[in-house]
Design a binder for this molecule. Structure first.
Ligand code: SF4
Length: 394
């Protein structure tokens, strides 16, 4: 006798979930209240199935239904000097700290060359809010990477805000200068939770939600595309998570400039919020699934396996994710907060195949990159001791 029958599953599914699911399957947008219901009450397997259906629909439309993509990039944290003192940050140092640093041109060039040697196509540049660095430092850094043939995915909105304040320029002026110097896209880091109460607690000097949204709006207007992020599982409430998604969806309606959404759970090690209990895989997967359903105008969702591990990252491919983010050669920010997960390119490709998809290298714009015919064989033979190391999506 079967343990389950279709009838048993149908009877166990709440009517409210079926109503919201019907709406999603008809291609209609869900409301904040419906998002809140899904986050707090939807049965998890049905929620995953609904998110997977949305993912499937998006990827069919994009011509990538059978693929799970990833990009090879290097995260360069060009300076750890910062005056913004976010409570959750384990990375930054005050300007006079003895382990404060700013990378010089030779160090930047060496890292870029190593990236190219390992097949990388992109540099993710992120740093602290350093009050000493002039425009020329940023322009030279962007120009160096551009001239070496690398994509510049650089500077979170809060860094852009900081530069505007210190250089006494408007946001469009800063963005135009950086774009002329080689900036091609902006990572969505620093969004945390787009709610003024939450940001007032965990990163008061960064400003409220608009301090993140406005640089993104201005960047999109200038044709600079960006990703969007959410760091959750700290002081925020479920309604504040939904508010975050609502703000992203509204800006995407306005500009269409976001390429992807990435969420991850707060990491508590080495910072002033070390007493916060970190969210687990269940919360991560539920939130990811709701985000996939809620953000109906976002094409891509990246798995955050750096904070959750490769296996949970793999499972997230059935909770709405279509991309494994970045196989990064270097990462400091999340690692210093306690996320110690590492994967080689071989492992990423193996996990993707095991989940039923075909792995595929991509660039920032989700265009498929030509892969060497012997890539899998080469990676397998180099699986032990592979230098390629991982990190956060950006
Ligand atoms: S998160 Fe960024 S802005 Fe905040 S303290 Fe760390 S480096 Fe500075």
């Amino acid at each position: 006798m079967p343990v389950y029958s279709a009838g048993m599953i149908a009877r166990a599914t709440p009517a409210e979930f079926l109503r919201v699911a019907d709406k999603v399957l008809e291609g209609k947008r869900i409301s904040p209240d419906e998002g809140l219901y899904l986050l707090g009450h939807a049965p998890v397997h049905e929620l995953a199935a609904l998110a997977d259906t949305v993912r499937d629909r998006k990827m069919h439309a994009a011509g990538r239904a059978d693929l799970v993509t990833y990009v090879i990039s290097r995260n360069i944290n060009y300076t750890n000097v910062c005056i913004t003192d976010c409570d959750f940050c384990s990375f930054y140092r005050r300007p006079l700290d003895k382990d404060a640093y700013t990378l010089d041109t030779e160090a930047l060039r060496t890292k870029a060359q190593e990236t190219l040697d390992l097949g990388g196509t992109e540099i993710l540049l992120q740093g602290g809010h350093n009050p000493k660095l002039p425009l020329k430092y940023y322009a030279d850094m962007l120009g160096l990477f551009r001239d070496m043939g690398l994509h510049n995915h650089a500077f979170s909105p809060s860094e852009i805000q900081h530069l505007a304040m210190f250089w006494k320029m408007t946001l469009p002026e800063v963005l135009r200068e950086l774009k002329a110097a080689g900036l091609q896209s902006i990572p969505g880091g620093g969004a945390e939770i787009l709610n003024d109460r939450v940001r007032g607690i965990i990163c008061p000097k960064k400003g409220g939600a608009d301090a993140w949204l406005e640089p993104m709006r201005q960047a999109h207007k200038l044709g600079i595309r960006t990703s969007a992020t959410m760091m959750f599982g700290h002081v925020e409430t479920f309604p504040e998570r939904i508010e975050h998604l609502e703000r992203l969806r509204a800006l995407q309606d306005e500009t269409g400039g976001f390429t992807a959404f990435i969420c991850w759970t707060f990491q508590a090690e080495g910072n002033r919020m070390h007493d916060v209990h970190m969210a687990g895989a269940h919360d991560y997967l539920r939130t990811q699934a709701v985000a996939r359903i809620y953000l109906d105008n976002f094409e891509n969702c990246q798995a955050s396996w750096v904070t959750q591990g490769g296996q949970v990252g793999q499972v997230s491919l059935r909770y709405g994710c279509n991309d494994m983010g970045s196989l990064m050669i270097e990462e400091n920010v999340v690692r210093l907060a306690g996320a110690a997960f590492r994967m080689t390119e071989f492992e990423i490709r193996r996990l993707v195949r095991e989940a039923g998809y075909q792995p595929q290298r991509r660039n920032f714009y989700y265009e498929q990159q030509k892969e060497p015919a012997d890539l899998d064989a080469t990676l397998e033979s180099a699986a032990t001791g592979d230098k390629r190391r991982v990190a956060i999506a950006g």
